[in-house]
Design a protein around this ligand. Structure first.
Ligand code: PMP
Length: 324
């Protein structure tokens, strides 16, 4: 769908996948005026195709657009864009267990000029790619890497938006994580350098001995994950308390050492829930690389995937059927 200041959104079309033609002066290439979303289409046992909480992705895209001075796309147009894609690409939604069609809606500024200002010409696109099971060999706990040299987002910055620039700044620490045998980077807040924020592409939760959960509060520097929000709801349904609060590195270390923290997990659309066995850093090691996946971690993961794949009733009305 194209957008200009004068005409608003217009010319929605479905075209075969292929390269985009961009002018070398297109503003997205120079100033990263770009935002995106990520969601999945799940094939249920009866063959029907469903996505999970697309209104939440639509509203997050609107918040990201607001922060990046991009135009707002309505929730209806966002969901219609998913339907139009599935109408032509539905056959690519795989049916093997835990597989899906990953959908990537994105919005880019594509006006050609070299001054620094918000563009008057924008494009919104949706592409898709079949995704295999994230843990093909069974869910295995991962190690994560503490980035102390780099931060992801500062107060007033773009941390709460899903924009390409945030990921650009996390690529180098991600390389460091891989070099140290870790799956993802953990970022602390930029202001104090001691509060746990989130991972490069996932939110984080702690399970405590008494059964309650804690997760970093949304302070404006953290992406408001839709999986995070869903886990909070499912945990509260079970009568568990969820504290959205400040969690420091000392809380984490002391919690593991005293046995108050019994499980740590990360969550996001791609992996749903990933158990975390150990946090490593240049001067830190918390947890045990051989720690098994936690019981509550795995039970919440099962509940969420059962809803997504239609194996259990969708009591919160989280699924939207896209092929009917
Ligand atoms: N934080 C970051 C930085 C992310 O990229 C993601 C993935 N979108 C998440 C958290 C988790 O968000 P969601 O549950 O909506 O996928």
């Amino acid at each position: 769908i194209d957008w200009t200041t004068a005409a608003g959104w217009h010319d929605a079309q479905v075209i075969p996948y292929g390269p985009l033609m961009l002018d070398p002066a297109a503003s997205v290439l120079h100033y990263a005026q770009e935002i995106f979303e990520g969601l999945k289409v799940y094939r249920h046992a009866d063959g029907s195709l469903h996505t999970f909480r697309p209104e939440a992705n639509a509203r997050r895209l609107q918040r990201s657009a607001q922060r990046l001075a991009l135009p707002e796309l309505s929730v209806e147009d966002f969901i219609e864009s998913l339907r139009r894609l599935v109408a032509v690409d539905g056959q690519w939604v795989p049916s093997a267990p835990e597989t899906s069609l990953y959908i990537r809606p994105f919005m880019i500024a594509n006006e050609s000029f070299l001054g620094v200002r918000a563009a008057h010409k924008v494009g919104y696109y949706v592409i898709a790619s079949p995704a295999g099971a994230y843990f093909a060999a069974g869910v295995a706990p991962v190690k994560i890497w503490l980035s102390t040299e780099y931060s992801r987002a500062g107060r007033g910055g773009t941390g709460a938006a899903k924009c390409g620039g945030n990921y650009a700044s996390s690529l180098l620490p991600q390389v460091e994580a891989y070099e140290n045998g870790c799956a993802q980077v953990l970022f602390l807040d930029a202001e104090t350098g001691s509060h746990v924020d989130e991972l490069g592409g996932m939110n984080i939760f702690f399970v405590h001995k008494d059964g309650h959960l804690s997760t970093p509060a949304l302070t404006g520097t953290i992406l408001e994950g839709i999986t995070r929000q869903s886990i909070i709801t499912l945990a509260k349904d079970r009568g568990l308390t969820v504290d959205e609060t400040t969690i420091t590195m000392d809380d984490w270390r002391d919690g593991i050492e005293s046995g108050d923290i019994t499980e740590v997990f990360a969550c996001g659309t791609a992996a749903v829930i990933t158990p975390i066995s150990q946090l490593l850093g240049s001067e830190i090691s918390i947890g045990n690389p051989d720690a098994p996946a936690g019981e509550l971690t795995m039970s919440l993961r099962r509940e969420l995937t059962d809803i997504q794949y239609g194996r259990t009733p969708d009591r919160h009305g989280w699924l939207t059927r896209l092929d009917a």
